[in-house]
Ligand binder design. Structure first.
Ligand code: AMP
Ligand code: GLY
Length: 424
């Protein structure tokens, strides 16, 4: 069969590698893809939001299955556009992707169905938000309602910071229309865990857990980024916690969406905080996480096409989702200065050391091919170096060793990805 993957980052590279392992697949396209994805798929120069061009390409090439990976096209209705044209597509329709597209929607859903999350209020008006803050407990969390490249969350330590945050989001429109509404949320403490899951509208099957590192610098200092590295599984997410989450969070979310007439098919990513009062939802994403996917999919045993098809067909209950009993660590190699100012266009060397390996991988995030065939840096996050190991410690050592194989000018990485696992 022919598969079209929509997207062009490290997550899509990991998805493309998983799809390439399927015996059912003859040909993979990726729009727009990147220099690394070009090694497993044919890249097509179509933007992820150009639905007309994506649909006509899929029709012309007689694509059997489209996989939409990023949040923007999902929330804007890419899956709806494919379906309307009679093309099978994996991912939630827009009515369901709102689970990620509107934080106010997701908070209201959790409140209505009693799904544990931080206490909150939604605001459409900056004056009312400011007034509410006067009596609120600090620190407090402000969240732009809409999509903001993962950056629309501000943790404010005092009233002045919080008021400045409301101004930034609602008045100065730092995140554009995403800030028309604001969620103000109780600050929670605890360990974070990411749980990705496949959903077919009624059945949910969770993947192995992971933990991201969102801050740019070691010891969780610096600005929030798209993610600087991950490990999987999370040793803090025990079987007991997983069972509790299934009862109080995972299945109730899927059922709530169905009850609301927003049947969810695709991947739900649960961003959880393990608090003293039990696990609570930090956020929902309506898609695979990045860079969680880079440590989760290399550990998956199933043929991913079988799982995608089961989600679309509503037969996920017949899939026995299985993961290797090993561990993976992904260290993101970024351009120094990310997420603020950085230079790009530098030649990357050492990529060939990963060719043909099945225990270490280099997933491309921001790269491009020069006209003379060199791979150049082309973004803030450049590569995700993932290594497997029989334990987390081994995977971590392998991943950091593998980062030394790659060089480019202004290469930057955190040195403490997965350090927490050394402490247990
Ligand atoms: P989000 O995009 O909603 O995942 O938020 C980004 C990051 O902000 C999360 O990974 C947490 O580290 C932090 N965060 C979000 N909401 C809260 C909260 N209510 N309490 C504490 N930290 C939070
Ligand atoms: N790693 C967090 C995300 O994909 O949103």
């Amino acid at each position: 069969m022919k598969v079209l993957i929509v997207g062009g980052g490290g997550r899509e590279h990991a998805i493309a590698c998983a799809v390439a392992k399927s015996k059912k697949v003859d040909k993979i396209y990726c729009a727009p893809g990147n220099a690394g994805i070009a090694g497993v798929a044919q890249c097509v120069d179509i933007g992820v939001m150009d639905f007309d061009a994506l649909v006509s390409f899929a029709k012309k090439e007689e694509i059997d299955l489209c996989v939409v990976a990023p949040d923007d096209p999902l929330v804007a209705g890419a899956v709806d556009a494919f379906q309307k044209a009679g093309i099978r597509a994996f991912g939630p329709v827009a009515a369901a992707a709102i689970l990620e597209g509107s934080k106010a929607f997701s908070k209201d859903l959790m409140k209505k169905y009693g799904i544990p999350t931080a206490a909150y209020e939604n605001f459409d008006n900056a004056d009312e938000a400011m007034a509410y803050l006067e009596n609120a407990k600090m620190p407090i969390v402000l969240k732009a309602d809409g999509l903001a490249l993962g950056k629309g969350v501000l943790i404010c330590n005092d009233l002045d910071e919080a008021k400045a945050g409301v101004k930034e989001i609602m008045l100065d429109k730092h995140f554009g229309d995403a800030g028309n509404r604001l969620v103000i949320e109780e600050f929670m403490t605890g360990r974070e865990v990411s749980v990705l899951s496949f959903v077919d509208g009624k059945t949910i099957k969770t993947m192995t857990s992971a933990q991201d590192h969102k801050r740019a610098k070691d010891n969780d200092q610096g600005l929030n980024t798209g993610g600087m590295g991950t490990f999987s599984p999370s040793p803090f997410y025990t079987k007991e916690i997983a069972d509790e989450c299934m009862k109080t969070i995972f299945q109730p979310t899927v059922d709530a969406m169905a009850k609301e007439g927003r049947e969810f098919k695709g991947v739900i990513f649960f961003g959880l905080m393990l608090t003293q009062d039990g696990p609570k939802v930090l956020e929902y994403n309506a898609r695979f996480g990045d860079p969680e996917t880079q440590v989760v999919l290399p550990r998956m045993k199933n043929d991913i096409i079988d799982v995608f098809e089961a989600c679309i067909d509503g037969t996920l209950d017949q899939i026995d989702l299985q993961f290797e009993d090993n561990a993976a660590v992904c260290v993101v190699l970024a351009s120094d200065g990310y997420p603020e100012k950085y230079e790009k266009g530098f030649e990357i060397s050492g990529l060939e050391s990963f060719e043909g390996c099945d225990d270490k991988f280099v997933f491309h995030a921001g790269t491009k091919l020069s006209p003379d065939g060199k791979v150049l840096t082309n973004g803030g996050r450049v590569l995700g170096v993932t290594a497997l190991g029989s334990t987390l410690k081994e995977a971590r050592a392998n991943a950091y060793k593998a980062t030394q194989l790659i060089s480019f000018e202004n290469k930057y990485m955190r040195s403490d990805i997965g350090k927490a696992i050394e402490e247990i």
